[in-house]
Design a binder for this molecule. Structure first.
Ligand code: F58
Length: 820
């Protein structure tokens, strides 16, 4: 029998041969002296070879004329480790395990070595990665465009209970997944001034004379779909200095000036901003946004040229989705490229732009809406700013025609905020330049139309849509919870991986004693595995028989980790007062990073750790309460956490969490949710049934009303002795080794301001937790609810979300890829 080709064959023997080949010829190592990292690299290159075979066929198919490509523009892609996921999608996990075993290597150990690309802050970046997986799995032609940050989100360490940020060095040991096409690069202007003139035909033309130019070089990562040949591209731009500029400087003797220019250019893609709210006035951040947007749009125009199609076809070939406002400068940049560089008349360019772009909003928090001061904008992007003025002039003319005399409305809709220091409003720019605007959960989309984009919704109601977020069941079940995956496949067949509505088939087994037993065993083993990691990472010993009550997400006041803490302190107090009290043993796990400059969030981390120290070491607890802060919550750690959860904490102030996606990952893995009517929680509850969801708290409307009527947090303390005692205990220094000052700002903030209504929701939350405990005490009931959660999680697959984007927004269709 002729042997399989070494680079593409899928048998264990061939894969082992490929690994040895790559070990020798890419790592230059003999097996006897190869380190685990060498083996990881050799295996990854072998897997990449198998992706590339599919990638080449995919790229070729997309070059055909009539294909429409979905382009996801995002400043963040939080992909997580690649090796395991690629093995799952190729369908060769077991083969690879066998191949590596034959070489004396343990696959799981190699997978664990991979440094994840932390090129995102949280939900928004992770959503982009889930969508890339679904696009490929659904065989939709797609490309993701972003930035190849040299340093991603910082690694979090905990020292003396405090967060310490450590530089992320994901590229240090090389990245076997990326490919650099050396024949493609684009140039991006910055600074300088513009010159208007008439061209030979008397047309008004503007020339941008920049102060500097930066070169954008693409780094491509293949994104393979699940068990299909479609292999899409994640194209991340790295900035480089423009060589000719250096030489120019050198020639006129300004050597240091030239070097400085080089340093500035290369700084652009250096580091991801680690904030989960935009930081005001960061010039480099605006430069990053413009840089990757300009490179990406130039790239698309170039592709259109290669297809030999006219510019008018641009919207038929590309649907460009703006992931929040970070890429919204695309509105001005596409206009600039068309009008200035391709000489397209303004009206036609505007038509192309609007028909191409669509905008997803991810937040209602007014402080999180991006704006840029005019002086900064003007000095960095003089020509795009002129274009924004022109867009605004034409737009406001239209508004004035529609609403004569309504100056207040004109001021609210304007792309420029003129109150105080003048600023460009990026959400307004994105909305005006897009054919569709969507929110990320039903409630959020409704509130979006009533609040931040209200005037736009009145103007163009047809432009507004909802697409509820989703998460990929490949990474978040098949890869990270293989035992559950096996149980699900045994029960409903393997079709659930791409059609999770099949999980409904579990419903009939939800009460079945033997199925329940298997279900509990899987959960217990996942909890035991997390127990081991917790011990290794924190030294805390927890009991897998306890209720694992987990809150993992960015640390933020609106997400209310401190409400969770108040409940823990309440239980702690009760046990200290009555050590014999019969309570459900719980293990509380927290994880998440705080923005480095967000004082209150960092204090919340300290509080969690302070409470953990006191509770875990108090013999009166008898091990019944354990509190863990799991350091460095990232995609890799998430793989071990979601599968081990019994209870998912989704307790944001109603109206503040746009959607949440962690809530969906927990649900898929059989956790029950305790939550407010916020974001996608509303839909999770609808799907699973109110009787299988622990609901508490004020609604978004009630939150609004309480605030309007004058919220007085102290009133809630006066009315609730346990709440008062909990706050007193925190203030007394009990959780800060006697230091009464440490948590004072946090307690004072709750007592006197409490912008996120923690105290107003406290009593309801504690009462709801009692209902949780009661349910836990009946294992049959709990297990049934757990099974039903997984069974009814199908809606929250990112495949469903991507189908909706394709139908409602992009008009993109699957293209089947045959292997060449
Ligand atoms: C998140 N936003 C939302 N922003 O908070 C969450 O409700 C939603 O599920 C998720 O998007 C996906 O739609 C979010 O993660 C960021 O991290 C930005 C990073 C850059 C600065 C501004 C915030």
């Amino acid at each position: 029998m002729p042997s399989e080709p070494t680079r593409t064959g899928l048998s264990a023997e061939t894969l082992a041969r490929a690994v040895l080949d790559n070990l020798a010829y890419l790592q230059a190592r003999l097996p006897e002296i190869a380190t685990p990292h060498d083996w990881y690299m050799a295996l990854s290159y072998s897997v990449r070879d198998r992706l590339l075979a599919r990638w080449v066929s995919t790229v070729r198919a997309y070059a055909a004329r009539d294909v429409k490509i979905a382009c996801y523009l995002s400043a963040e892609f939080l992909t997580g480790p690649q090796l395991g996921n690629n093995l799952v999608n190729l369908g060769i996990e077991e083969t690879a395990r066998q191949a590596m075993r034959s070489l004396g290597q343990d696959l799981d150990r190699l997978i664990a070595l991979e440094e994840e690309p932390g090129l995102g802050n949280g939900g928004l970046g992770r959503l982009a990665a889930c969508y890339m997986d679904s696009l490929a799995t659904l065989q939709v032609p797609a490309v993701g465009f972003g930035i190849r940050y040299e340093f991603g989100i910082f690694d979090q360490e905990i020292r003396d209970g405090c967060q310490v940020e450590v530089t992320d060095k994901w590229l240090q040991k090389g990245n076997p997944w990326e490919i650099v096409p050396t024949d493609v690069s684009f140039y991006v202007n910055f600074g300088g001034h513009t010159e208007a003139q008439a061209d030979v035909e008397g047309r008004y033309r503007v020339r941008w004379v920049p102060r500097g130019r930066v070169k954008g070089v693409p780094y491509d990562t293949p994104v393979l779909g699940y068990r299909v040949n479609t292999c899409n591209t994640l194209r991340l731009w790295k900035s480089e200095a423009v060589e000719s500029f250096d030489f120019q400087g050198f020639n006129i003797g300004d050597y240091y000036g030239a070097v400085e220019q080089k340093v500035i250019s290369e700084t652009l893609s250096k580091v991801l901003y680690p904030n989960d709210e935009p930081e005001v006035g960061k010039r480099l951040r605006l430069a990053q946004q413009y840089f990757f947007v300009s490179c990406s749009l130039q790239n698309l125009l170039h592709l259109l040229d290669l297809k030999g199609e006219p510019l008018a076809r641009f919207p038929d070939r590309f649907a460009v989705q703006l992931n929040d406002t970070h890429p919204s400068i695309a509105v001005a940049e596409l206009m600039r490229l068309l009008v200035d560089e391709r000489l397209v008349p303004w009206e036609q360019a505007w038509d192309i732009t609007q028909r191409t772009l669509a905008y997803t909003n991810h937040t209602l928090l007014p402080e999180a809406l991006e704006t840029w001061g005019l002086p900064l904008f003007q000095s960095l992007l003089p020509r795009p700013l002129e274009i924004i003025y022109e867009i605004n002039r034409r737009f406001l003319d239209e508004v004035r025609r529609r609403y004569p005399g309504d100056d207040a409305r004109v001021a609210r809709l304007s792309l420029i905020d003129e109150a105080g220091e003048k600023r460009v409003r990026m959400a307004n720019l994105a909305t005006v330049g897009s054919h569709t605007v969507n929110g990320v959960a039903a409630l959020h989309s409704t509130l979006l139309k009533q609040t931040v984009l209200r005037d736009f919704a009145e103007l163009w109601p047809e432009r507004f849509q909802n697409v509820t977020n989703g998460v990929t069941p490949r990474r978040f079940v098949v890869l990270s919870n293989p035992q559950l995956a096996r149980l699900l496949t045994g029960a409903v067949g393997e079709g659930w991986v791409t059609d999770p509505s099949r999980l409904k088939g579990l419903e009939e087994r939800a009460g079945d004693a033997s199925f329940q037993e298997q279900w509990r065993r899987v959960k217990w083993q996942n909890k035991d595995a997390l127990r081991a990691r917790i011990r290794e990472r924190t030294g805390v010993v927890v009991d897998p028989d306890a209720l694992f009550d987990i809150q993992v997400k960015r640390i933020h006041e609106y997400k209310r980790q401190h409400l969770n803490v108040l409940h823990i302190v309440t239980l702690y107090q009760r046990l200290r007062q009555s050590p014999k009290l019969d309570i459900v043993p719980r293990c509380f796990v927290f994880g998440g990073k705080a923005a480095p400059g967000y004082y209150m969030a960092k204090l919340m981390i300290r509080l969690i750790n302070g409470v953990a120290e006191a509770v875990n070491n108090d013999s009166a607890m008898g091990g019944r309460l354990k509190v863990v802060f799991f350091p460095d919550f990232n995609v890799k750690n998430a793989h071990a956490i979601y599968p081990a959860a019994d209870l998912s904490e989704q307790i944001s102030t109603a109206g503040k969490e746009a959607s949440g996606t962690g809530n969906m990952k927990f649900m898929l893995n059989g956790a029950l949710t305790i939550g407010t009517l916020d974001g996608a929680n509303v839909e999770i509850r609808e799907e699973v049934g109110a009787e299988n969801f622990f609901l508490f708290g004020l609604t978004a409307e009630e939150v609004d009303r309480v605030k309007r009527e004058g919220y007085r947090p102290a009133a809630y303390v006066e009315a609730n002795a346990e709440l008062r005692q909990a706050l007193d205990l925190i203030g007394s220094g009990h959780f800060s080794r006697g230091d009464r000052e440490v948590f004072r700002p946090l307690v004072e903030n709750l007592l006197h301001s409490d912008p996120f209504l923690v105290l107003a929701d406290y009593a309801g939350y504690v009462a709801c937790q009692e209902r949780v405990s009661a349910a836990w005490q009946d294992p049959k009931r709990w297990t049934r609810m757990s099974i039903l959660n997984t069974a009814r999680a199908g809606k929250f697959s990112s495949d469903r979300a991507i189908r909706e984007y394709c139908e409602k927004i992009w008009g993109a269709r699957p293209v089947r890829i045959a292997l060449d």
